[in-house]
Design a protein around this ligand. Structure first.
Ligand code: FMN
Length: 394
């Protein structure tokens, strides 16, 4: 198996001597990385679609995957922006489809719609966006006259369809999220704390995709928090420093939200057991993250103190690696050989030096081990991902 790519987010810790790479320079530096295969880039705090239009102008080959929520945007605007990014990058745009966990009060809502409603919206939203892309093609312009449960959209789109399709990513792995991903997504950005979780999710996505009549399945791309240093002890020190910066009260509140009960007075050394978990998931903020935590509690019943430091709480359920680039290569190969992933998404971990090592040592070592491409075979994101290019955007 060879990975189709990786993607970089932000690195939080300063480097040795408290050095922190200035933000704007950091982005230019990441985008213009010259040696070896180039990673794709994602950014969370600034508007990612706008950031990626700037990155598009500074790069030629990397894929540019932006996150756009289906809960708070009109589909016509999303279709237009994504297709614009596709033109500006010459076919390198991807859309990470999210239903969002909060933010409702910025959009005139008193409460978040239920998870079921958000996924129903996501399905209709995505269908409308794809039809809008197809409404302005080489064949000419055609209205879509969509009238659904959530959206009324006439069309056609005022941006023509680029010959390269926009790749569709998705995040959210409850049963509904998996079903949605299996119906539309080319790849899924997932919280996967260990290989067993990856194997289960990947085979379930494959089964669901087959049931949906697909020949392929969404590629599983777990988040990968890498704390990399020249020696394991330095990496462990970096990891300890990152953990020490965490606010214990905030972690406790986060854990409480994940298990659906107030843990404000819970003694640190008292274990959480399955009997402590409330029945049902209606009130849970994210069923994906709560499900991973419940799995951990069912398997191990750890005391609260240990639980707060586990990836399921401290790192949003993401794979957390602490060690040298050579050790990372071995672990990545083991996950891949076990069928626990199809690629990975590099996330913040440690300092800028950790990112330096990821790009200057880990990625070339992956390429050397034939686990990563040496060079791009195509020009577009769909080509990088090995996706068939259908006549329509679908
Ligand atoms: C790995 C991962 C990344 C996510 N990234 C975002 C994001 O960037 N923006 C956002 O609004 N929601 C994000 N979400 C939230 C999901 O879109 C979804 O709303 C949430 O997981 C609840 O869906 P579920 O019921 O399937 O768990 C993310 C979820 C996961 C699992």
């Amino acid at each position: 198996m060879r990975w189709r790519g990786c993607c970089i987010s932000v690195w939080p810790l300063p480097g040795p001597g408290g050095r922190r790479r200035p933000r704007t320079r950091r982005w230019r530096w990441i985008a213009r990385w010259r040696s070896g295969p180039r990673p794709r880039i994602a950014r969370a705090a600034l508007d990612p679609t706008l950031v990626l239009t700037a990155v598009a102008g500074a790069t030629r080959r990397i894929g540019l995957v932006t996150t756009v929520s289906t809960s708070f945007n009109p589909p016509y605007v999303a279709a237009r922006q994504l297709q614009t990014l596709n033109w500006l990058s010459n076919g390198r745009a991807g859309w990470n489809i999210v239903t969002a966990l909060d933010g409702e009060r910025n959009f005139g809502l008193a409460a978040m719609p239920s998870a079921a409603e958000r996924y129903a919206r996501a399905a209709e939203f995505t269908d409308v966006v794809r039809r809008l892309w197809d409404s302005h093609g080489a064949e000419g312009l055609a209205a879509i006259d969509h009238c659904g449960a959530f959206y009324q959209v006439e069309g056609p789109l005022n941006v023509p369809r680029h010959p390269a399709r926009v790749a569709l990513f998705q995040a959210g792995a409850s049963a509904e999220g998996r079903g949605f991903a299996a119906s539309v997504a080319d790849a899924i950005f997932a919280s996967v704390p260990d290989p067993a979780a990856g194997q289960e999710l990947r085979s379930d996505l494959q089964r669901r995709a087959r049931a949906a009549g697909r020949d392929d399945a969404p590629r599983l791309l777990p988040g990968f928090h890498a704390y990399l240093a020249p020696s394991r002890s330095e990496a462990q020190e970096m990891f300890r420093e990152a953990q020490a910066r965490r606010d214990p009260a905030a972690l406790r509140a986060k854990l409480g939200a994940l298990v659906g009960r107030d843990l404000g007075d819970w003694p640190e050394d008292r274990p959480l057991t399955p009997a402590d978990l409330p029945a049902g998931d209606a009130a849970l903020r994210s069923r994906t993250h709560s499900g991973l935590l419940q799995r951990l509690i069912r398997q191990e019943s750890p005391p609260l103190r240990d639980l707060l430091l586990r990836p399921e709480v401290a790192n949003s359920g993401h794979w957390t690696f602490v060690g040298t680039p050579a050790e990372a290569l071995a672990e990545i190969a083991a996950w891949s050989d076990a069928g626990a992933m199809d690629g990975f998404i590099a996330l913040p971990g440690g300092s800028g030096e950790s990112l330096d090592l990821l790009l200057s040592e880990l990625v070339p070592a992956l390429a050397e081990a034939r686990r990563f491409r040496h060079a791009y075979a195509g020009e577009t994101l769909a080509a990088h991902l090995g996706l068939a290019s259908p006549a329509s955007s679908g």
